[in-house]
Design a binder for this molecule. Structure first.
Ligand code: AVJ
Length: 355
């Protein structure tokens, strides 16, 4: 985890980047671009937040703690599992629609909001390149190691583009991506499904607030489907998702000295059809305890559970309903033939207009 560490903003490692701003002015930027400081989080705030989550019923751990280096690697392994259809389905959709999206939005800059989506980002960058419209790419990610590797790789592969990375998360650090004119924001992999309904509304309004009138926002959504298919994707036979789930306790142990006994917890994932989300939990297999600091402990009996993630599943109608009051409107909806996954293209609704 890099949260709480000094925030870093990185730039084009090749020693210079040409950025085309809204005014078409060409500005030569230095090798390391500091866009501004990502708001530093107070470690005491973070701990208080973590403790509040564990004291809820059921106890909760925030999903962002999954993504230390090991967690990011495990998620990459998940994306290659036979049961986890999301990644390859979204990739197929993007391969099909990339040219059309770039053309209809007129995008010259790609802004990727933390989903660590290597190949999928390239599909869009390639489409921009084909139109001769690839000016810049900004990536926001919570994991500094992964982000650095992506910035380096993309800088090498797309020398015509100004590639920048911002270490941060999509709740707090959206302003750090700066302003622009013809930008395509992307939030892939269905990660938007990790947000509870109230958080989702707030997030969409925050994105709307940083979008210019010519900008657009492409969002990946996992769709409601047969419960068995959904549950298989989160209960893979190789046990990678179980390892990914348990790893969140190691992250907490390292970060907050919680001393969870990782082996005392088993992986649980099930579909809740009423709330239309997959819920992941960790279930204690025997009595165990963890430290909350200041001499306080939380005790778990066998069978007690901690919620570690929700992953919401949408339909075109349910997602459109979430857009109400956010200032964003659905411009296009793309899906695969099996209707497993969707890419929703959103545009700002002019102020004073509907929604
Ligand atoms: C990265 C949030 C899209 O919700 O499917 C994968 C994370 N969790 N397996 C998802 C995840 C368990 C994933 N997202």
């Amino acid at each position: 985890m890099t949260r709480g560490a000094d925030p870093v903003v990185m730039g084009n490692a090749s020693g210079g980047a040409v950025v085309q701003g809204a005014a078409k002015a060409r500005v030569i930027e230095p090798a390391v671009v500091v866009l501004g400081r990502v708001a530093a989080r107070d470690p005491e705030e973070e701990r208080a937040d973590m403790v509040r989550g564990l004291l809820r019923r059921p106890p909760r751990i925030d999903s962002r703690y999954f993504y230390d280096d090991r967690g990011s690697e495990l998620f990459e392994a998940i994306t290659r599992l036979p049961e986890y259809y999301q990644t390859r389905t979204e990739e197929a959709i993007l391969a099909r629609i990339a040219d059309e999206v770039v053309e209809s939005t007129g995008a010259r800059e790609l802004v990727e909001l933390g989903s660590g989506a290597g190949r999928k980002v390239r599909l869009l960058l390639d489409a921009m390149r084909r139109r001769g419209a690839l000016d810049a790419c900004v990536m926001l990610d919570i994991n500094e190691t992964f982000l650095r590797a992506s910035v380096e790789a993309l800088t090498e592969q797309y020398p015509e583009a100004a590639v920048r990375g911002v270490v941060g998360d999509f709740h707090h650090d959206l302003e750090a991506v700066g302003t622009g004119g013809r930008r395509l924001f992307i939030f892939l992999a269905g990660t938007i499904g990790n947000l509870y309904p109230r958080q989702l509304a707030r997030f969409l309004r925050q994105v709307r607030a940083v979008l210019g009138p010519g900008d657009a926002f492409l969002v990946g959504l996992d769709l409601v489907k047969d419960a068995a298919r959904l549950e298989a994707a989160y209960n893979d036979r190789a046990g990678v998702t179980a390892e990914f789930n348990r790893n969140i306790l190691r992250v907490l142990n390292r970060r907050f000295a919680t001393a969870f006994e990782v082996e005392a917890f088993g992986h649980v994932a099930f579909y809740d059809p009423v709330r239309a989300w997959i819920e992941m939990r960790l279930r204690a297999s025997r009595p165990t305890a963890a430290s909350l600091g200041e001499g306080r402990e939380i005790l778990f009996a066998a069978g007690d559970e901690i919620r570690t993630e929700i992953s919401r599943k949408f339909s075109r109608d349910s997602f459109t309903a979430e857009l109400g009051g956010t200032g964003l409107g659905l411009a296009a909806w793309y899906s695969d033939p099996e209707r497993l996954f969707a890419s929703a293209l959103l545009r700002p609704v002019p102020e004073g207009g509907p929604a």
